[in-house]
Design a protein around this ligand. Structure first.
Ligand SMILES: [Zn+2]
Length: 329
């Protein structure tokens, strides 16, 4: 698991309350944390930040910190800190392996390499079976001093209740408040529709950030939903330029082609896009997708005028729907 990504670092403004609460509890932190929230809220980044504070040499008895310059912080940046064990789902896997959990437990029972604390950070914690959860529970019931377990999940109710009750559980929710909006504006000063984009992404600031930084990147998901719900496509897409819509379609078609050709495993995709993609894959054959892809590329090369936008969108949608009809007759 590598956390050194292009994203600005946690804690984010919408996580401030949670972080203030933890700062107050320091240095008497519980040995088990459960951080939950949907994708787009930076829950993993927050979990990683908490782990960093537990390991940073500049964390004093008065304040938890992450200095970025001590030896521990350098090791964390290089992803080689011996006292941080990360557990996550491997590609195509549905369960976190019990052997991995046992090995992690055995490892944290030994003396810390760098300082005192040892941390196990588990993402997709809902992917533990009962045996795995019980193995973890044993450690949480009688935690060795200086051992901390951080669980991170988007589906907290799937965790054993006994496991949840042994952890301090903090749940993150979408946020459209002023501080979050200001943060979004500071990250993407070139954009001018922050509030609308944040609203369109239901208050999930990191999804809004992705959309504002690269409008084509998430648009294909939005297009996917619109196509599957048969909503009024032209008016819903009115906020985007025709070029952006073409890019979104290209992303969507590209995704479907990859799934058809086995280059992408449907089961490994997020729940919310899995079903619409599966439906479209069944309705549209690969040859039609390739043809449509070529058409999109040709369209991208043509000059177009904003005044023609509605006509262009309707024509695009008409051609897209024809792909289905060819299959059903
Ligand atoms: Zn440090």
């Amino acid at each position: 698991m590598n956390y050194s990504s292009h994203l600005p670092e946690a804690p984010y403004p919408w996580q401030k309350k949670a972080w203030d609460l933890l700062k107050k509890q320091w240095p008497h932190w519980p040995h088990g944390f459960l951080f939950s929230g949907q994708e787009g809220l930076g829950v993993e980044a927050f979990s990683y930040f908490v782990a960093q504070c537990l390991l940073c040499e500049e964390s004093t008895s008065a304040t938890p910190a992450r200095c970025d310059v001590c030896k521990s912080c350098h090791l964390l940046k290089a992803n080689t800190h011996p006292d941080l064990i990360t557990l996550s789902l491997g590609e195509g896997e549905e369960l976190i392996k019990i052997d991995d959990i046992r090995n992690a437990m055995a490892s944290v029972m030994q003396t810390g390499h760098q300082g005192l604390n040892r941390v196990i950070l588990m993402t997709s914690a809902e992917a533990m079976n009962v045996n795995s959860a019980n193995a973890l529970l044993k450690t949480l019931e009688e935690p060795p001093p200086h051992v901390f377990i951080i669980l991170c999940t988007s589906m907290p109710t799937r965790l054993l209740p006994t496991l949840r009750s042994r952890c301090e559980w903090i749940s993150f929710l979408p946020d459209g408040g002023k501080e979050t909006l200001d943060w979004l504006k500071a990250q993407t000063p070139q954009a001018n529709n922050h509030e609308a984009v944040l609203k369109a992404h239901h208050g999930f600031p990191l999804l809004a950030l992705k959309a504002l930084s690269d409008p084509g990147a998430l648009l294909w998901e939005e297009i996917l939903f619109l196509l599957s719900k048969e909503k009024d496509f032209s008016s819903e897409m009115g906020a985007y330029s025709f070029k952006e819509v073409l890019d979104g379609f290209l992303g969507c078609v590209n995704e479907l082609i990859q799934i058809h050709m086995g280059g992408k495993d449907l089961s490994a995709l997020e729940e919310r896009i899995k079903e619409p993609l599966r439906n479209l894959k069944e309705k549209i054959p690969l040859s039609a997708l390739f043809e449509f892809y070529t058409y999109l590329i040709q369209q991208k090369k043509k000059p177009f005028h904003r005044l023609n936008q509605t006509l262009l969108l309707e024509d695009l949608l008409f051609r897209w729907k024809r792909l289905y009809r060819e299959v059903s007759c």
